[in-house]
Design a protein around this ligand. Sequence first.
Ligand SMILES: Cc1cc2nc3c(=O)[nH]c(=O)nc-3n(C[C@H](O)[C@H](O)[C@H](O)COP(=O)(O)OP(=O)(O)OC[C@H]3O[C@@H](n4cnc5c(N)ncnc54)[C@H](O)[C@@H]3O)c2cc1C
Ligand code: SF4
Length: 336
Amino acid sequence: MKPFGYQRPTTTAEAVRLCAEGTGARFLGGGTNLVDLMKLGVEEPGLLVDVTRLPLDRVAPDPDGGLRIGATVRNSDLAAHPDVRRAYPVLTQALLAGASGQLRNTATTGGNLLQRTRCSYFQDVSKPCNKRLPGSGCPAREGSHRDLAILGHSAECVATNPSDMAVALAALDATVLLLGPEGERAVPVTEFHRLPGENPDQDTVIRPGELITEVVLPPPVPGTVSRYRKARDRASYAFALVSVAATLQVEAGRVERATLAFGGVAHRPWRARRAEAELLGAPATPAAFQHALIAELAEAQPLRDNAFKVDLVRRVAQDVLGELSEPHGPEAGPTT
Ligand SMILES: Cc1cc2nc3c(=O)[nH]c(=O)nc-3n(C[C@H](O)[C@H](O)[C@H](O)COP(=O)(O)OP(=O)(O)OC[C@H]3O[C@@H](n4cnc5c(N)ncnc54)[C@H](O)[C@@H]3O)c2cc1C
Ligand code: SF4
């Protein structure tokens, strides 16, 4: 690992200033991803600006009726927060489906949103990779890609976003608040992560030196139920092959409102807008759910070894929608 500087500011303004001034400066949350990548030589920051002493460690009600989540709130604390468990169970379920208890105790909300892909070529500096070294090529496309994208990929990159939490935030229409050298701005989570296109080195729309300060959840919609379900190779401690976050409101047997996001299938959490449009006003039946999901997945472009994901994500989503539409909804409380 190359030598690097370390600073631990106590105000957001100072954090942004330090990051803007430091050569190759990076914010440090729990370090569970960044430090691993530094050990592998993938990341070589000149300065780490530790954000964990910033006053961003609270979950608080938003005046509009939603919830404001500080960027340094630990994944475990967020999953266990009573307001999250009660009003946004899909978020608790997604968080608890990720990593391990020890990692969740350390990982932060901001760091989770910005964790890098788990594509094995990205993590191996002896291999070419357009995301790590633009223009060097994408060996995953013809090589090992069983875990990689089936939707929205490009000739340059077929990586997937690994975050469980981000999939739930996409289904919940959360917003990311940013503070940078040019001031504050707000970005919907669904627009925060990018598709790879010709610039797979850019995972998100975050600008150099911008700090994530908070994530804001909109008020929960009365009568809406939600769920997260993850399919993986092992029952725990494994990234998603595919995952589904869904919210659903059914009135008199018809879908009044539905939001649906897929994980493990694209370079960003995949908001299934086409399926949502098909579901609106449709009968809450297995046949209607299947029809909507087939319409969504018509644009899937699986690679040689990951076509199984198309059917897997459809089946997981269909199960989730079926459970949510049962007369009494899902059982109370978080499940994984
Ligand atoms: C063995 C293992 C298994 C895992 N399994 C899963 C899993 O199943 N599901 C899952 O979702 N995740 C999983 N993870 C990933 C884990 O969730 C992430 O490593 C963690 O969420 C990152 O948070 P952090 O605070 O440690 O980020 P850090 O490592 O500190 O930072 C990650 C990135 O975010 C940036 N950053 C951090 N905070 C801010 C901020 N406030 N503003 C701007 N930039 C910021 C850093 O500069 C860095 O680029 C796993 C990790 C490991 C090691
Ligand atoms: S899929 Fe993306 S991250 Fe993986 S090797 Fe190709 S360019 Fe790199």
